[in-house]
Design a protein around this ligand. Structure first.
Ligand SMILES: C[S@@+](CC[C@H](N)C(=O)[O-])C[C@H]1O[C@@H](n2cnc3c(N)ncnc32)[C@H](O)[C@@H]1O
Length: 203
């Protein structure tokens, strides 16, 4: 039998390793009225997954205000690199103000579709696809860029009150497509905003 203390310890809202700049980024998000920040739970998960990959090559599509980025950076070891892409210069400027001095981090202001189509570098150990490109478009292209053993992570997959009409069908189609990929193992988590984690098993 679990006692009350053990049950309390499983309270997922108790998070002890929040990134140093997290509250400043949250304040910035409120200041500029950014409406799409990633939640704290996906942040903790991304940090934990990235920490499993020493000397890794990591990609985030959709830098946004940089909340998920702050967690992802905390998961990197000193030999890892992370590229984050957003097409909004005001947002990449904010991310650069917070993280531009970290030599492991490359912040790119470019359309994600264009970036994916032109990418010629090494495959990735983890991709967090949090923009339209790499999620609802260029999906096979981005899955091709993941190493065997590498992760593909998306959130916002459970129906959200702010979804525009028709988006639920798009999400369902995406899930169906991802489930059809026999080269990946897939886990759906009805947690946070609805998370899918996939691991590449073969080319
Ligand atoms: C859900 S938000 C990302 C939130 C971010 N992970 C965070 O924690 O703040 C999606 C982001 O994708 C960016 N975006 C939208 N369309 C894009 C495109 N075609 N190429 C690159 N970025 C895009 C938006 O500017 C927005 O910042």
């Amino acid at each position: 039998m679990l006692n009350n203390t053990e049950i309390k310890d499983m309270n997922q809202a108790i998070i002890l390793d929040t990134p140093k700049s997290y509250s400043k980024i949250e304040a910035k998000s409120k200041e500029i009225g950014f409406t799409m920040p990633s939640d704290i739970y996906i942040g903790t998960l991304l940090k934990t997954l990235i920490a499993s990959k020493p000397k890794s090559n990591i990609l985030e599509l959709g830098t946004g205000i940089g909340l998920s980025l702050s967690w992802m950076i905390d998961g990197l070891d000193k030999n890892s690199t992370l590229t984050t892409v957003d097409n909004d210069p005001a947002l990449t400027k904010i991310a650069t103000d917070f993280f531009g001095l970290d030599s492991r981090v490359k912040i790119v202001c470019q359309d994600g579709t264009e970036w994916i189509k032109n990418y010629q570098g090494a495959p990735f150990d983890l991709v967090f696809a949090d923009a339209w490109p790499g999620k609802y478009s260029e999906i096979s292209e981005i899955l091709d860029l993941i190493k065997i053993g590498g992760f593909y992570v998306i959130d916002d997959m459970s129906a959200q009150p702010n979804w525009p009409e028709g988006h639920e069908d798009k999400a369902k189609r995406l899930i169906k497509y991802l489930e059809s990929r026999e080269d990946f193992s897939l886990t759906k988590m009805d947690w946070s905003t609805g998370v899918i984690i996939m691991t590449k098993r073969k080319i």
